[in-house]
Design a protein around this ligand. Structure first.
Ligand code: HEC
Ligand code: HEC
Length: 335
């Protein structure tokens, strides 16, 4: 009820200027309020902590590099012992608030998600037991666990909760499109606005909507025409077992999409132009002219927001009981 009233007031305020953000299928990204700074700080350390991996070398930031839009800019990721990952890494920026995590939605929350890569043999290739043993063996972590949780006990739930809390702060508010949504009509150019109008009128917003322009539903890749790929990922079918879910993927977040190339779960679209052409074609049955594509791409580039200001954490050194790392040991040897 409150929300409706606020929307009405805004509509009244901006109504005369034409489009109002209350009427738009996209909402602005809001900055986060940090409630437990000690938990966020611990989460940041663990996000950059390579010792959560078997090799002692791979951290979350290896594949979700916060210097490059929260991705690795590779078709598919590189994991333990240079393993070729099966799928493109989505950005961690603005990933909180999606209906689920992963392309097929197999994790409900960020904390549940974070438990995955630590033990994934193609990613960090550790085990939860080993990860806990390693972190607990590093004396300098004790005071950070105490500050975040009240005592220094280390377990996998605390590790993943802390990482998730840090990730929740990785939002990118105040991009030019949001400034426009909030009433600054000069924040985007006429060309970019035409791109947005085309994005809406073509039907892109049927799937790419909400604050993240994605992350709110699973949709078939290839609604009008099948998507051709050699990648073997089957999307939601892997989880549900149902044939009709084959090639259904979580609609990706389009905030900062300018930074998060290459595109699609298989990373096969190297440029935004290519991604827009493919989407128009196979999702909506539209063949855009070069100019139309350029307009939509120009609009998508207004979605690059203020990147989180990360002060690089200094990680505490190994203690006497910290297990040695051997990145070249065969897979079965966990240490
Ligand atoms: C070896 C590379 C690699 C590492 C290391 C890695 N990830 Fe990922 N991450 C990926 C890939 C690839 C996916 C997509 C996998 C899928 O959907 O099946 C992914 C998915 C995600 C997602 C889901 C985003 C979305 O929109 O669905 C989040 C969040 C995430 N990772 C966070 C983390 C965190 C936190 C860590 C550290 C604990 C981590 N990742 C370590 C490659 C990596
Ligand atoms: C029916 C739902 C639907 C519609 C309509 C749709 N998309 Fe998508 N979009 C998706 C899904 C699902 C994916 C992920 C597909 C995959 O990688 O397998 C995606 C991926 C993308 C990507 C790549 C993002 C990334 O990080 O990999 C871009 C860019 C994009 N869409 C833009 C558009 C544009 C522009 C339009 C309108 C021309 C559009 N989409 C219409 C569902 C849709």
């Amino acid at each position: 009820m409150k929300k409706t009233l606020a929307a009405l007031t805004l509509a009244a305020l901006f109504g005369a200027a034409g489009t109002t953000f209350a009427a738009e299928p996209v909402d602005p990204i809001e900055p986060v309020k940090i409630e437990n700074p000690a938990l966020v700080e611990l989460g940041k350390m663990l996000y950059f902590e390579p010792r959560l991996s078997r090799s002692g070398f791979i951290s979350c930031n290896s594949c979700h590099n916060l210097a490059t839009g929260g991705v690795d800019n590779l078709k598919t990721s590189i994991g333990d012992r240079w393993a070729q990952g099966p799928i493109n890494s989505p950005t961690v920026l603005n990933s909180y608030g999606q209906i689920a995590q992963f392309w097929d939605g197999r994790a409900k929350t960020l904390a549940e998600q974070a438990a995955g890569p630590i033990a994934n043999p193609l990613e960090m290739a550790s085990t939860h037991e080993l990860a806990v043993e390693v972190i607990a063996s590093i004396p300098g972590y004790a005071k950070h666990f105490e500050a975040a949780f009240g005592d220094d006990k280390v377990d996998i739930k605390r590790i993943t909760d802390a990482i998730a809390e840090f990730e929740r702060t990785l939002v990118t508010p105040n991009d030019r499109f949001d400034q426009w949504l909030k009433g600054n009509k000069d924040a985007i150019t006429k060309f970019e606005l035409e791109g947005y109008q085309l994005f809406k009128s073509s039907g892109c917003t049927i799937c790419h909507n909400g604050a993240q322009l994605g992350g709110q539903s699973f949709q078939k890749m290839g609604v009008v025409r099948p998507y051709e790929t050699t990648n073997t990922a089957e999307g939601v079918k892997t989880i549900s077992g149902r044939d009709q879910d084959r090639m259904s993927f979580k609609v990706p977040v389009l905030r900062n999409v300018e930074l998060t190339y290459p595109y699609f779960h298989d990373g096969e679209a190297a440029t935004l132009e290519k991604a827009v052409e493919v989407m128009g074609d196979i999702q909506l049955g539209k063949r855009y002219t070069e100019e139309e594509t350029a307009k939509i791409v120009a609009f998508l580039k207004t979605l690059t927001g203020e990147q989180p200001k990360i002060v690089y954490p200094i990680l505490p050194p190994n203690g006497p009981k910290t297990p040695a790392f051997n990145p070249w040991a065969p897979a079965e040897a966990k240490k």
